[in-house]
Design a protein around this ligand. Structure first.
Ligand code: ADP
Ligand code: NI
Length: 217
């Protein structure tokens, strides 16, 4: 097994498969997650090959675009890795990472855990916060034609409503339902440190946003 060659082939496969993907999950998202996963790995005792393959393949098929079918991504990844003649044990680990990366840390029972999953999950979560996270959120909100913000439904009031449905609100509300919660869900020391910095940047952004919303005084 020539690991460097397999990683290069994986990069080519992912770039090609994600051609034309929406910007939240395009190749550049994968590239950022890949780089951050390698950075976090420097302080973790992990199998770098598994981390690299997990990061590169984690969004190979977004279930949103396959009628919610969450089995397509793992299946595509498995087929690809088998063609590349990757060891069966490594394939199983990478597939488990892809299947479990979106675990929300709440209701569902966590069925799989590994240090490599922790690293890739942290890297993926980092890309949802900070300046990039803000950009991705407003891009998604624009795509959905959501309001930037609705002062009649501010985050706290909105989230306490019984009929509150996650993801149905304004982009500013998405910060309160998800983005501001991510720093406390980080698994690794390095992930936590970077998340803290990005979290503070989002707080600065939000206070500036609300100040500008009120108009200059
Ligand atoms: P992930 O790929 O991390 O599982 P999603 O597919 O839910 O996350 O979201 C992709 C990107 O779109 C993330 O940056 C996320 O914060 C953003 N996003 C998801 N839902 C919303 C929403 N309701 N409003 C604004 N941004 C959103
Ligand atoms: Ni992702």
């Amino acid at each position: 097994m020539n690991k460097d060659l397999i990683i290069n082939n994986t990069i080519v496969f992912v770039k090609d498969t994600l051609k034309g993907a929406e910007s939240g999950h395009d190749w550049f998202h994968i590239d950022r997650v890949y780089k951050n996963a390698l950075l976090i790995s420097k302080s973790e005792n992990v199998d770098l090959f598994v981390v690299a393959l997990g990061a590169l393949l984690h969004d190979i098929a977004d279930s949103k675009f396959y009628g919610g079918d969450e089995t397509i991504g793992p299946k595509l990844a498995k087929e690809f890795l088998e063609l590349e003649k990757v060891d069966e044990k490594i394939i199983q680990h990478v597939i488990a990472i892809i299947e479990n990366i979106s675990f929300k840390g709440g209701k569902e029972q966590k069925t799989f855990s590994s240090k490599e999953l922790d690293v890739v999950q942290d890297a993926d979560r980092l890309d949802a916060i900070g300046a990039i996270g803000i950009a991705r959120a407003f891009n998604y909100g624009g795509f959905k034609n959501n309001l930037l913000y609705d002062p009649d439904l501010p985050p706290q009031m909105y989230m306490n409503k019984a009929e509150y449905k996650k993801g149905s609100g304004t982009t500013i509300n998405h910060f309160y339902e998800k983005l501001l919660l991510l720093k406390d869900l980080m698994n690794t020391v390095t992930g936590k440190k970077i998340a803290q910095k990005r979290h503070e940047f989002m707080e600065v952004f939000l206070s500036q946003f609300f100040a500008e919303w009120e108009g200059e005084k």
